[in-house]
Design a protein around this ligand. Structure first.
Ligand SMILES: [Cu+2]
Length: 190
């Protein structure tokens, strides 16, 4: 009887240790300090710019339209550190939930400061890959960096979800236009 009670207590203790250790491990993984790739891991780099393309202003009645350059690109599997140089102004996107998703650590750095949530008033564009659960917010006139872990090869469409186009509410061209606010990220074997 007494031995059974002792064994039960040991079992309960073991479960508690596992739960506490797991919580500590998860907390460590989510902390901004762990937002980059592990030290020593192979890393690739991807540089994107969001520029104002004036070529299309006459045809579409605007004073230049924002364009991701490049919009179609290839990166190897594994850890990729992405930089976005955003040269545009805010989109005025009041409906933005503005939560960073799908990056290593669930964060992005805006001009060197790590955040998991972004002020909607600053947001000009997003880099969103629905099939990979990636959502990064790009504030106006900023430099954004974040780390992705890409675990499978293939072609993954990305798009900008901020209303950065013309038309009512800003959801007109070039929103979702391939080569401007949409494209394909190809993940090649590492
Ligand atoms: Cu956009």
């Amino acid at each position: 009887m007494r031995d059974q009670l002792f064994n039960d207590l040991v079992a309960v203790g073991a479960v508690l240790v596992v739960v506490v250790a797991g919580t500590i491990a998860l907390t460590a993984f989510n902390s901004p300090a762990e937002a980059g790739p592990p030290s020593g891991a192979p890393v690739s780099y991807l540089n994107l710019s969001i520029v104002i393309n004036n070529t299309y202003s006459a045809a579409y009645g605007g004073s230049g339209w924002p364009q991701y350059t490049p919009a179609n690109f290839t990166v190897p599997e594994g850890f990729v550190i992405v930089t976005i140089h955003d040269h545009d102004t805010p989109a005025g996107w009041t409906q933005c939930t503005c939560a960073v998703r799908g990056t290593v650590g669930g964060t992005e750095k805006i001009n060197g400061t790590s955040v998991s949530q972004v002020n909607w008033k600053t947001v000009a564009h997003t880099f969103t890959v629905p099939t990979l659960g990636i959502n990064v917010l790009s504030p106006a006139l900023s430099t954004v960096t974040f780390t992705l872990y890409l675990g499978k090869v293939g072609q993954f469409p990305w798009m900008c979800m901020a209303p950065c186009g013309g038309g009512s509410g800003g959801f007109g061209w070039p929103m979702f236009a391939p080569g401007f606010m949409a494209g394909t990220m190809t993940v090649a074997p590492g």
